[in-house]
Ligand binder design. Sequence first.
Ligand SMILES: [Zn+2]
Length: 207
Amino acid sequence: MTRHSATNMNSETKNCQNCKSPFTIEPEDFSFYERIKIPPPTFCPDCRLQRRSAFRNEKNLYRVKSAKSGQEILSLIPPEAGVTIYEEKEWWADDWDSSSYGQDYDFSKPFFVQFFELAKRTPRFNRSVTFMVNSDYSANAGYLKNCYLLFNSNHDEDCAYGNGIDNSKNCFDNSHINKCELCYDSFWLTNCYQTYFSIQLWRIFSD
Ligand SMILES: [Zn+2]
């Protein structure tokens, strides 16, 4: 008989070890944890979501020094992380060899301790960008021209203050828009022109 099947036919309420709020674990949750062989959670669902999301920084840029050239650059990784950061072009250059950072595995130490050391020592690029023109304050992005504070965005021109902006021109203060022009303060638009303060609009073109 497995660990929880005898005792957890009913739901169980626990207090989150982080925020102390009560949360409930349902019987089907217990059987799921059993199936994938992990213990039941001690954090509430909100705190678990925060911890899962914390690994990815989407829109905070930090001033750091490139470990290669020493020049000041903007980076998605804060300086206090202790990570080796190269400027994008320096990282892609052929004048260094990432395999030189390899190390032998030490069976007397835990894997993640060694992996953490390796991950901090091995250079990473600063903003995760490619083919950018005059768009130094954007990240996780590609093919931007004259853009400012765009994140997770591609193929845009003269746009600013956005997240998930693709194939758009002259758009400000938007999130998740595609093929738009002169749009402002909107969410989830496709093929829109001069659209303000709007959500979930698609303009369908027929051939
Ligand atoms: Zn909590």
